[in-house]
Design a protein around this ligand. Structure first.
Ligand SMILES: [Zn+2]
Length: 195
């Protein structure tokens, strides 16, 4: 191999190595990668879920009891896919990538109350479903966090909506909405807000 080409190859190899190492260090946002390559942000490092979730989807009547993260912080991608499926839009069965921070938040809430399971009133909302709701005259946001896999409306069996709302509001990790008449609390991992 001519000397020049060989040197070029060596440079490319070393650049590749550099890129691999760069992928393992924390990025500017303060997020770090677990060994499974999933981002965990500092904001959510304070959440104390145990990595196990028991969810029941009130619309589809499906439930899922899973370990999505082990004690070393490794995420199980097959289980995360199952969670995406459970938290799909029940109107047209469309799925999305549910944000990992939302999964961690649901886990923290479930464990904080020592709840046997957490009930999902709604999670992902597809663009078609959102348009449908808007056409019905419902007060829905054009770019709802539900449409980004960042929000869920939840309730906990045996726990009052007020207590649930109070706890999530204290966390100050995202948005939280109080819907006592409908019996649920909206939680999302967008900016900190409450209503
Ligand atoms: Zn909501």
């Amino acid at each position: 191999m001519p000397e020049l080409k060989r040197e070029l190859l060596l440079v490319m190899l070393s650049l590749g190595l550099v890129a691999t190492i760069a992928g393992l260090v924390p990025d500017k946002s303060g997020a770090s990668l677990s060994s499974a390559g999933v981002k965990r942000t500092e904001r959510f490092a304070t959440l104390n879920g145990d990595g196990e979730l028991h969810l029941y989807n009130l619309k589809t009547k499906e439930q899922l009891q899973v370990t999505y993260r082990d004690s070393e912080g490794n995420y199980d991608h097959a289980v995360l896919s199952e969670l995406n499926r459970l938290l799909r839009c029940s109107w047209d069965n469309q799925t999305t990538l549910i944000d990992l921070e939302l999964v961690e938040l649901l886990d923290d809430i479930e464990d904080h109350f020592g709840a046997e399971r957490l009930d999902i009133v709604s999670a992902y909302r597809s663009p078609a479903y959102n348009e449908h709701l808007a056409a019905l005259g419902r007060n829905v946001a054009k770019q709802s966090f539900h449409m980004k896999g960042l929000a869920s409306d939840i309730q906990l069996p045996g726990i009052s909506v007020a207590a649930l709302h109070g706890y999530v509001r204290e966390l100050r990790l995202g948005g939280v909405g109080y819907y006592p008449d409908d019996g649920f609390v909206h939680v999302d991992v967008g900016p900190v807000r409450s209503w």
